[in-house]
Design a binder for this molecule. Structure first.
Ligand SMILES: *[C@@H]1O[C@H](CO)[C@@H](O)[C@H](O)[C@H]1NC(C)=O
Ligand SMILES: *[C@@H]1O[C@H](CO)[C@@H](O)[C@H](O)[C@H]1NC(C)=O
Ligand SMILES: *[C@@H]1O[C@H](CO)[C@@H](O)[C@H](O)[C@H]1NC(C)=O
Ligand SMILES: *[C@@H]1O[C@H](CO)[C@@H](O)[C@H](O)[C@H]1NC(C)=O
Ligand SMILES: *[C@@H]1O[C@H](CO)[C@@H](O)[C@H](O)[C@H]1NC(C)=O
Length: 316
């Protein structure tokens, strides 16, 4: 009994964190203005990045979105009710650029660079308009409950969870070529890849074999936290097995350069961020030249010897 309660709790935690929303309480204030405004901003303000911009009527987008949940109970809704919204948009996704994530949303967004480097779901129109919002309905006017919404995925067919499941399903089933998932290798207790996660059960499940050719896991180790998992850990081996079973090639990288240098931008003093590899000495002045590590000390000596021999040979 206790075991099954614990299992349920961990399943709940994994799923809840996927698109958990910041605000507590009811629906986001001014949600209609925000959704319409984001839709207009996506069309007319935001740089296009890698995605074509759909020629969408933003009032109609709000009408289709809100009709799926306003004037209704927040739980037990019909999952197909978002289809009017998601399918007509059908924004084409560029090959090799799709970026999935689990427990790494903020970092993923920095890596994606607002859809210019990679395309996470929040860079598509449908993900962009809904990102970080809270919503739920009530049967009485105005049809939106601004006082209280059930927490994300706290009941069956909870309206926000259903939206993100439908959007994620659309997003994954339209990905092409090589795709990536950003996973968290520093979760204190959890696993980087959980088979109950939205990434596993909705996104990976909907990748098309033959059209998606490769999935690369970018396993992020926060520089200031203990490493909890590596590419050899069980959950990453599970992921590898699940990806290969779909006939999609698999690779796993721990803090590859594109990840590491972004992490280092925030924590430049971390030991991992010091350039202490002779092969990587930048061609510019390294400042005070203070020797901070034995490897750097060795580099300085080698550099000194090299320079001395140049000077000596020039003197001849
Ligand atoms: C709204 O839903 C209607 C009916 O399915 C569809 O024809 C239309 O394209 C949708 N528009 C938007 C912006 O989602
Ligand atoms: C769910 O949607 C389908 C298709 O629109 C409809 O036939 C069905 O009655 C709906 N079920 C509920 C419980 O609303
Ligand atoms: C996608 O990646 C594959 C493999 O690296 C490459 O052959 C293909 O040209 C890429 N497609 C685009 C559109 O960049
Ligand atoms: C990994 O998870 C921890 C704990 O939730 C979080 O503090 C950290 O920001 C996450 N790392 C990344 C790269 O998202
Ligand atoms: C808002 O939701 C809460 C919790 O479900 C409910 O008690 C309250 O009556 C709702 N507000 C309205 C106006 O329906």
């Amino acid at each position: 009994m206790l075991k099954s309660v614990l299992m349920l709790t961990s399943l709940f935690t994994i799923i809840v964190d996927h698109h958990a929303v910041r605000s507590q309480g009811g629906a986001t204030q001014q949600i209609e203005a925000i959704v319409k405004g984001r839709c207009f901003a996506y069309r007319f303000v935001r740089p296009p990045g890698l995605l074509p911009i759909p020629d969408v009527d933003c009032d109609e987008l709000w009408a289709n979105f809100s009709s799926a949940w306003t004037y209704r109970e927040s739980c037990g809704q019909n999952r197909s009710s978002y289809e009017n919204l998601i399918h007509p948009l059908n924004q084409p996704l560029p090959p090799n650029k799709s970026l999935f994530w689990e427990e790494t949303k903020d970092f993923t967004h920095r890596l994606a660079n607002d859809g210019k480097r990679y395309v996470p779901i929040e860079s598509t129109l449908i993900g962009y308009v809904a990102d970080d919002l809270t919503w739920c309905g009530q049967t009485s006017a105005p049809g939106i409950n601004f006082t209280y919404c059930p927490p994300y995925h706290s009941c069956s067919n909870e309206v926000m969870f259903d939206f993100w499941v439908a959007a994620s399903k659309w997003f994954a089933s339209h990905a092409q070529g090589e795709v990536r998932v950003v996973l968290n290798g520093s979760l204190p207790a959890g696993v980087a890849y959980g088979r109950n996660s939205v990434f596993a059960s909705v996104e990976l499940a909907n990748l098309r074999s033959g059209i998606v050719t490769k999935l690369t896991a970018l396993l992020v180790h926060d520089l200031d936290k203990p490493k909890m998992e590596t590419c050899g850990s069980q959950s990453l081996l599970d992921l590898k097995a699940d990806v290969l079973a779909k006939n999609i090639a698999f690779d796993c990288l721990e803090n590859p350069p594109e990840v590491k240098y972004l992490l280092c931008a925030d924590l430049p003093e971390s030991p991992e961020c010091k350039q202490n590899d002779c092969g990587n000495l930048p061609p510019y002045n390294r400042g005070s030249g203070v020797v901070t590590g034995s490897k750097e000390g060795l580099c300085s000596i080698l550099l000194y010897l090299a320079l001395t021999s140049v000077v000596i040979s020039m003197g001849r």
